[in-house]
Design a protein around this ligand. Structure first.
Ligand code: G6P
Length: 610
């Protein structure tokens, strides 16, 4: 989703801004732009639809040279993805870039139009630029004028502003969209994600909700939501672990799929004793809080929501704790009845997804027992605002389609299930010790599943000419089927739907013919025989079957039936294992289709707007 980069330095900053944008490309965007206060003392900009490389080429042909600038990658919300709507937006001497959505933009636009301001874009952002110009008339100091401006904005924003009349600074405001200041020597930077600035610094200061910042070359000042001057902690990164290269792999997504044994191992590290889960992995107060939990409410979006759906099966089956799961965009606007002693659990790779964050904030007003975030980013808003946290150790995920974040979330959720059951004494005899043992073996099992890479690549050929697919699963494999369908949609643009296999005959069977491949996950559990009958229903209608089946399930290839034998695994852990071939399948279908695997069209990695 939208990205922001800004710089104030003694050297030319244009290349730094463009490099920053490139590092944010993985988040998904449709246009890019940069505004520079040039060495000729004029404010100039360059904007392009499409990739940052197009902006870079335009800048190579017509360089902008200066020591103060802001840049942006835009993911269209208000107005089509064209050059006119790309950021930065200008108003007189002001240039603004913005992440988020200004909800009262229409009212502000009418008011500003009545005052004679002329709008050149369809964006909500342009009102900020004009409003700031208006405020500067009464109060010429840019920082003070920005403070007055944000008071009138409703919605979410991360803002960076420069003013040709005050070229000594870059000003910024955060409310609902993250911003981080990168500290250099005699130069300072701003970005929506520290990754954009790792090329220039390893020292960062994260703005908090409601903060306004004035960033000069040699000084940074911050005011909090109440207008008090505040200091924010400086975080220093020393590791090189975040290196973003694809190594031997053709795409980040494939690399990330293959990293799963390692990151699952990392997510387990330090969290298991000989035969138990260490409850304190969720925080020092976890045991006390968990002892009171009688219900769980899970809220998440996209792939993270699917992880929550798997967890529901585990929580109810293993720990005997009633669990509800809901997508955050629905939960946040619904009148929710909260059962006594309900733990609110949010799941998010980024920890910045706008709907999930808003749901957490609402939850705080609703009388939940406490909140827990299962998240991959330790410095995210979700983690900061939750009572308890379990960090997944997936490392940076660059592919927009989530893979290793999902499987590590599942591991985290199984640890949660066992912890709740342990503290509440609701686990069956020997269950925890068995599952701890199985978890230890999981990285090896995942490696075995990944070894099927070339088998799945061959199967992918069956999909090259298809436009629709059904994914079937039963029990905890139903959310796995949903995740498989989501992956296929996201990166190959093939229409895919998931159904619990038992629902097939209640509608989707009408779609089945020889143009509709049906993908099924079939671990060896008590639902296997029922699933086999469901598959017969498909074959009888000419549907081609692709079945990922436990090697002990006794399923074999036949006419129109392609069986991929999966390593045997404990049924509880099977959703984690069966995710792997579905990820590989989508990946290879997308490669055959020639799509942009790591940055699929219209999608964003971290959805920081509603
Ligand atoms: C976007 C991404 C998905 C992700 C979802 C939730 O839609 O493209 O891959 O699952 O957001 O993101 P989160 O960071 O909250 O897990």
């Amino acid at each position: 989703m939208c990205g922001i980069v800004g710089a104030v330095a003694e050297r030319n900053i244009t290349a730094i801004l463009v490099e920053g944008l490139k590092r944010l490309e993985y988040r998904g965007y449709d246009s890019a732009g940069v505004a520079v206060y040039t060495n000729d003392k004029t404010l100039e900009r360059m904007r392009r639809v499409g990739k940052v490389s197009e902006l870079e080429a335009a800048l190579a042909a017509q360089p902008l040279v200066g020591r103060l600038g802001i840049a942006h990658t835009r993911w269209a919300t208000h107005g089509a993805p064209n050059e006119r709507n790309a950021h930065p937006h200008f108003s007189g001497d002001i240039a603004v870039v913005h992440n988020g959505i200004i909800e009262n933009h229409e009212v502000l636009r009418e008011r500003l139009k009545a005052k004679g301001y002329v709008f050149t874009s369809d964006t909500d952002t342009e009102v900020i630029a004009h409003l700031l110009t208006e405020k500067l008339k009464a109060q010429p100091d840019l920082t003070i004028a920005l403070k007055a401006t944000v008071k009138e904005l409703h919605g979410a924003y991360g803002l960076a502003v420069i003013n040709a009349q005050q070229p000594d600074r870059l000003v910024a405001a955060r409310s609902g969209s993250p911003l981080v200041i990168g500290l250099g020597l005699g130069e300072n930077f701003l970005a929506s994600d520290q990754l954009a600035l790792r090329q220039v610094t390893d020292r960062f200061m994260y703005l908090e909700e409601g903060d306004i910042a004035e960033i000069r070359r040699d000084n940074v000042q911050i005011w909090d939501v109440s207008g008090q001057a505040v200091e924010r902690q400086i975080v220093q990164y020393s590791d090189g672990a975040e290196a973003a290269d694809k190594g031997e792999f053709r795409h980040y997504m494939l690399k990330e799929i293959h990293e799963q044994p390692t990151v699952v191992q990392r997510t387990l590290e330090g969290r298991l004793s000989q035969n138990q889960v260490l409850v304190q992995a969720f925080g020092p107060q976890a045991a006390e809080l968990f002892a009171k939990v009688r219900n769980v409410q899970i809220v998440a979006c996209g792939t993270s929501y699917h992880a929550g759906m798997v967890a529901r099966y585990w929580l109810e089956e293993l720990a005997g704790i009633p669990c509800q799961v809901e997508v955050a965009s629905e939960f946040r606007y619904r009148k929710v009845v909260v059962q006594p002693d309900t733990l609110f659990v949010s799941i998010s790779q980024s920890g910045e997804t706008a709907d999930t964050l808003a749901a957490l904030r609402n939850a705080k007003e609703l009388g939940f027992l406490g909140s827990l975030a299962i998240c991959n980013v330790g410095i995210s808003s979700l983690v900061r605002e939750s009572d308890l946290t379990l960090l997944t150790q997936a490392g940076r995920e660059i592919g927009v389609a989530s893979t290793k974040a999902f499987t590590t979330q599942l591991v985290g959720l199984l640890l949660l299930t066992l912890s709740l059951g342990q503290v509440r004494g609701t686990l069956g005899e020997g269950v925890e010790a068995t599952l701890v043992e199985e978890l230890r073996r999981l990285p090896t099992r995942l490696g075995e599943a990944l070894a099927m890479d070339s088998t799945v690549e061959k199967i992918a050929e069956l999909f090259a000419e298809k436009n629709h697919t059904l994914f079937l699963g039963r029990g905890a494999q139903f959310p796995v089927a949903m995740e498989g369908a989501l992956k296929l949609k996201e990166i190959s643009y093939i229409h895919a739907e998931a159904y619990p296999a038992g629902e097939l005959k209640h509608g989707p069977l009408a779609l089945v013919d020889n143009d509709m491949p049906v993908v099924t996950v079939a671990p060896n559990n008590e639902l296997l025989e029922k699933l086999k009958s469901n598959l017969q229903e498909v074959r009888a209608r000419g549907g081609e079957l692709i079945v990922f089946a436990d090697e002990k399930a006794g399923m074999t290839n036949g006419e129109g039936t392609h069986v991929v034998q999966m390593p045997h695994i404990h049924d509880i852990l099977s959703p984690i294992l069966y995710t792997i071939p579905l990820q590989l399948l989508s990946y290879y279908v997308a490669v055959l289709k020639g799509t942009d695997v790591d940055q699929p069209r219209n999608l964003a990695k971290s959805v920081t707007v509603e």
